[in-house]
Design a protein around this ligand. Structure first.
Ligand code: ATP
Ligand code: MG
Length: 184
């Protein structure tokens, strides 16, 4: 007897996922202005405003049927809201990325990353062993150079999100899958 045809679904079986801080509109505008400023100095390809974020934990290709387990990991994270002040541009030569980061990482940020990674590791997801450097990627294929002074951006961090990354001809597009509030 012939095998039944697989049922077509609109979602692929594997999703490219990451947890992130996702800026509110005012923070996004400010980060985008910093991107313009940095681009004047270092060139390269500016990230589109709608892509700007800070990755907290990168999962990569993940079977779609693990989404509920991922949601449960994030549900278990109890962490506090905080203000993140971004004030320091940086450049990574190995991947030619120009980014914007924090000269002082708030302890609440590190606590959030730690708690999330602990939950993910316990559930068997791959976690990044490298120390976490909070950064917003602003430029790709950039030349870098002398680091210009940048106006600080004050980012009120009240939640974190799970994001799906989809690669299209004009670069990666990101969709927020779900959002979790931090304690006030
Ligand atoms: P593309 O890879 O298509 O050029 P992208 O790097 O923006 O686009 P993803 O590779 O899906 O998109 O990455 C999503 C986010 O996760 C980005 O912030 C990226 O820097 C980060 N990221 C990607 N790979 C890793 C990794 N191995 N470890 C930590 N963070 C990663
Ligand atoms: Mg990538």
């Amino acid at each position: 007897m012939a095998e039944p045809e697989p049922v077509a679904t609109s979602e692929p079986a594997t999703l490219r996922l990451f947890f992130a801080l996702w800026p509110d509109d005012a923070t996004r505008d400010a980060l985008n202005r910093t991107g313009k400023w940095l681009h004047q100095h270092w060139g390269g390809r500016r990230m589109r405003a709608d892509t700007l974020h800070i990755t907290l934990a990168f999962l990569g290709g993940t079977p779609a049927d693990q989404l509920d387990t991922l949601f449960a990991c994030a549900d278990s994270v109890r962490a506090e809201a905080f203000e993140l002040v971004l004030d320091q541009a940086g450049y990574w030569r190995h991947n030619r990325i120009g980014w914007f980061g924090a000269s002082q990482t708030p302890p609440q940020h590190l606590d959030l990353v730690d708690k999330l990674n602990t939950e993910l590791k316990t559930a068997g997801f791959p976690v990044d062993a490298r120390p976490h450097v909070p950064h917003v990627t602003l430029l790709r294929k950039s030349l870098g150079g002398e680091i210009p002074a940048c106006d600080p951006v004050r980012w009120p961090v009240n939640d974190f999100v799970l994001v799906k990354s989809v690669t299209e001809s004009d670069g990666a597009h990101y969709d927020v899958v779900k959002r979790w509030c931090l304690d006030k």
